[in-house]
Design a protein around this ligand. Structure first.
Ligand SMILES: NC(=O)c1ccc[n+]([C@@H]2O[C@H](COP(=O)([O-])OP(=O)(O)OC[C@H]3O[C@@H](n4cnc5c(N)ncnc54)[C@H](O)[C@@H]3O)[C@@H](O)[C@H]2O)c1
Ligand SMILES: N[C@H](CO)Cc1c[nH]c[nH+]1
Ligand SMILES: [Zn+2]
Length: 435
């Protein structure tokens, strides 16, 4: 295996922002080829249904079966998974599930309304979507934690029907993933992955029901497929390859920061780990820690590739400048590995999740802190939020008018409708005016 190599930038460089954008955005070439592959898969699944799903599952996941029905995980297989996991694993799933549930219950909105003096009542009604599709990744690693993170907010929101998809490369099904599904109360699971799974959920096939909303993280094929089907179905966000940006003032053990950077790099060659610090000597010590510990990692080759392609060590002039750099990146995860993280927090504008101080390792958020680990990536934290109960709900406005209230509002509506040249609108309002 070759040695650790990682990109370096300095905010004092004249072309710093251009270089940062080049390292943090997808290369045009990669983007285009992924987009073409995904477009073809979506088209074929929409037109050919189960047949195309079976073909892509055989080709991309090395799982060949005669019908998509065979890809639905039977209840007995989930029972067997519950027996196969250890007590310790079961307890950890329960603990994580309890903490995630507790956090997400806080997000439950209330219906609300207010009444005006003439008896007019205006309000908002919040309802869950009827059917949600949960994407649980499973190409390079199994993600039982993503089952909990997807399913628990859906359950808290009150979604009646939940369909989970998870790839099973070579037919290998992970017991912890199935056990997490049972703990979270999900029974309908298809072993499908990638863009073909997203297409099946979006368009429906002879076997897989079309859903109203697709949520969950995945690799670039999954993220791109979700982006493409948006409009036909709702999606939560673009939650692609994992990212971490650490702002460090030098007071955290360099080994800790090095391992925090590794923790996200080990997800995917396309994951991104960035360290920003005003202390050049500290950056060098973190780099030395990484070089020393890399050979100990089981997924050393993925980490090495991710750091070589997309990792960056950034030296800046001050912590204020580090916050500005972080806002340009808008990372999925931001660690403020600082003696006084509270002091910098007000300057942070864009990040999926913010971890405060040396003890708040990002990895705690991945599993069991309570907040959701499905988070916006590739700069979309500028306008997207963590997966939450709100992603499984939609709102309806509710309008009641008393006769007196209608009279007043109709006079206003009539004037505006005539101004727009919409006579039917105007006359509909005018019927409600009492002379
Ligand atoms: N942003 C978040 O909240 C978050 C959370 C957890 C995980 N993640 C990310 O999820 C991703 C998981 O990726 P993964 O690969 O392990 O699992 P995955 O399930 O996302 O992707 C596997 C699927 O990708 C498809 N695929 C792979 N290569 C392909 C190709 N050349 N052409 C077409 N399709 C192809 C296959 O169909 C396969 O089933 C990682 O990038 C990880 O960082 C993100
Ligand atoms: N870091 C991932 C989100 O980007 C979530 C995860 C699951 N398991 C481990 N990590
Ligand atoms: Zn992670």
């Amino acid at each position: 295996m070759s040695e650790l190599s990682i990109n370096r930038l300095n905010t004092a460089d004249p072309d710093f922002e251009v270089a940062l954008r080049r390292h943090t955005e997808w290369e045009e070439g990669v983007d285009t080829s992924v987009r073409q592959t995904v477009a073809e898969i979506l088209k074929r699944v929409r037109q050919e249904g189960d047949a195309a799903v079976l073909e892509y599952t055989a080709k991309l996941d090395k799982l060949s079966v005669a019908s998509v029905n065979e890809l639905e995980v039977p209840r007995e297989r989930i029972d067997a998974a519950m027996h196969a996991i250890t007590d310790e694993q079961f307890q950890a799933l329960e603990t994580a599930a309890d903490r995630i549930r507790r956090y997400h219950r806080e997000q439950l909105p209330q219906d609300w309304s207010y009444e005006e003096a003439d008896g007019t009542r205006l309000g908002q009604r919040v309802l869950p979507v009827d059917r949600a599709g949960l994407y649980v990744p499973g190409g390079k690693a199994a993600y039982p934690s993503s089952v909990l993170m997807n399913a628990i907010p859906a359950k808290v929101a009150g979604v009646e029907e939940i369909v989970m998809v998870v790839p099973a490369p070579g037919g290998e099904l992970n017991d912890l993933v199935l056990a997490a599904a049972r703990v979270a109360g999900i029974d309908r699971i298809y072993t499908l992955g990638g863009a073909q799974a997203v297409a099946a959920l979006a368009y429906g096939t002879e076997t897989v029901p079309a859903v109203d909303k697709i949520v969950g993280p995945g690799n670039i094929y999954v993220a791109e497929a979700k982006r493409e089907v948006f409009g036909r179905v709702g999606i939560d966000m673009v939650a692609g390859p994992s990212e971490i940006l650490v702002i460090a003032d030098g007071h955290t053990d360099p080994d800790w920061v090095a391992m925090d950077l590794f923790s996200q790099a080990e997800h995917d060659e396309q994951a991104q780990a960035i360290l920003v610090s005003p202390d050049a000597d500290y950056i060098a010590r973190v780099e030395a820690s990484m070089a020393r510990m890399l050979p100990e990692m089981e997924r050393a080759e993925i980490i090495r590739q991710s750091l070589a392609d997309r990792g960056i060590l950034i030296q800046c002039a001050s912590l204020e400048e580090a916050a500005r750099v972080s806002n340009l990146v808008a990372p999925e995860h931001l660690e403020l590995s600082l003696a006084d993280p509270e002091a910098l927090l007000p300057q942070i504008r864009h990040a999926g999740a913010i971890f405060m101080g040396s003890w708040a390792a990002e990895v705690m958020g991945d599993y069991c802190a309570g907040p959701n680990h499905v988070l916006p990536t590739s700069g979309t934290a500028r306008f997207s939020s963590p997966l939450g109960v709100y992603d499984f709900q939609k709102r309806s406005s509710v309008v009641h008018f008393s006769a007196a209230g209608a009279d007043r509002a109709a006079r206003c509506a009539s004037v505006l409708a005539r101004g727009e040249g919409l006579t039917a609108h105007a006359r509909s309002a005018e019927y409600r005016i009492r002379d």
